[in-house]
Structures are given as structure tokens and as C-alpha cells.
Ligand binder design. Structure first.
Ligand SMILES: [Fe+2]
Ligand SMILES: [Fe+2]
Length: 208
């Protein structure tokens, strides 16, 4: 029986554009690559969390949370790997999609705006991951669909942590945060909807 899950309303309302149907169709046809890139994304999510620990060791609340987040993302990585083993999909190196790099290129370089941007970008990536898990779960084979249905709650939680730290850690006013978030949302939406010749977990509309 197909898993029934919905994109949480707060996540759907946060993202500037939904995932295109054409990406969902493509993903169902390319499950081994989806899983392989997903495993990479979990590793990268762990390493992004560790990056905050290295870059801002003096921020104690942030460091505690990011340390936990890194462990949770590594646990997700292990779970994806074991599902891949079950499905006899071998783990290989895969080039990174344009998505995370495209967002990080937009981050400003001066503090505290850099920290603000990195946290907002983290929130966007978690929100998009949550949205894609929810949208694709009902269309996947049972066991994988259930796994994805379970992951989306974690990603929604991670999204909330990133947003909360953007508000509490940077000393930037609510209006400026909203204005910056609006700009980043536009960039994020175009990365996941513009034609994209490469298929990845966060790729755009498939183009030949
Ligand atoms: Fe994760
Ligand atoms: Fe996450």
C-alpha cells in the first residue's frame, strides 16, 4: 500500500515554488541515482553542521545543536546506505548538483551577514528536502516510501532550528531577515525549477 504523506503546511508556505511534476516523474524512473545522491546529501548535511562548529565555536547554543544535527544526519546517511545495500545499489562517487553550490555562492562574506545567510540557506535546503520527501514518498516502493515518510519530520525539525538560529544568533532585525529570505527564496526556487540537464535529489526540471 502506498504511503500517504503531505507536505507540512508551514514548509509548503515557506518555499517560493513547488517541486515540478516532471522532476517527480523522473525520480521514480531513477531510484538508484536518487538514493545515491540522497546519501551524499545526508553526508553533506552532516558536514555543513560540522562547518558551523568549526566556524563559530564561541556560539555555544549553536555548537550544541549543530553537533547533534551532524550526528542525526550521519544516522540518516547510514540508513540510506543500508537501504541501498538491501536494494543492491552500489555506492559510488557522484558529482554534486548545482543546488547547494548555487545557494552558497549567494551568501555574503561579511559577518554577521554571512552567518545569517548560511543559516537561511540551511533552512531552505532542509525545507526543500522535506517537501521532496513528502511528495515522492507515496510514489515509491513501500519500504522506501515509508523511510522517506519518516525522514520528512526530521527535516521539518531541522528547518525550524535553522530559522530559529537565524533570528537569535545574528543580531539582524526581523524586517532585514525577511527581505534577505525573500531574495534567497527566489534563487532557491529557480534552482529547483529551471531546466537542469543533470538529475539529482535537488535538481531542477529535467531537460534533455
Ligand atoms: Fe537528513
Ligand atoms: Fe536535515
Amino acid at each position: 500500500m502506498a504511503v500517504s504523506v503531505a507536505v507540512p503546511a508551514r514548509i509548503a508556505g515557506f518555499l517560493a515554488a513547488p517541486t515540478p511534476d516532471a522532476w517527480l516523474d523522473e525520480a521514480c524512473e531513477r531510484i538508484p541515482e536518487l538514493l545515491l545522491d540522497h546519501a551524499n546529501c545526508e553526508l553533506k548535511a552532516a558536514s555543513t553542521a560540522l562547518g558551523f562548529l568549526y566556524r563559530y565555536p564561541e556560539r555555544q547554543a549553536l555548537a550544541q545543536r549543530m553537533s547533534r544535527l551532524a550526528r542525526e544526519e550521519l544516522r540518516h546517511f547510514e540508513q540510506v546506505r543500508s537501504i541501498m545495500d538491501d536494494m543492491q545499489i552500489s555506492f559510488e562517487r557522484l558529482s554534486a548538483s548545482r543546488y547547494a553550490g548555487g545557494l552558497r555562492d549567494a551568501a555574503r562574506t561579511e559577518e554577521p551577514l554571512k552567518l545569517l545567510d548560511l543559516l537561511l540557506i540551511g533552512a531552505l535546503i532542509e525545507a526543500r528536502s522535506c517537501e521532496r520527501f513528502a511528495m515522492i514518498a507515496p510514489r515509491l516502493p513501500d519500504k522506501l516510501g515509508r523511510f522517506y515518510g519518516g525522514l520528512l519530520a526530521s527535516e521539518a525539525r531541522h528547518f525550524e532550528h535553522y530559522i530559529a538560529f537565524a533570528r537569535s544568533e545574528c543580531g539582524v532585525g526581523e524586517e532585514d531577515i525577511a527581505a534577505r529570505l525573500a531574495e534567497l527564496k527566489v534563487i532557491e526556487a529557480s534552482l529547483v525549477t529551471d531546466p537542469d540537464p543533470e538529475f539529482r535529489f535537488h535538481s531542477g526540471t529535467p531537460s534533455p
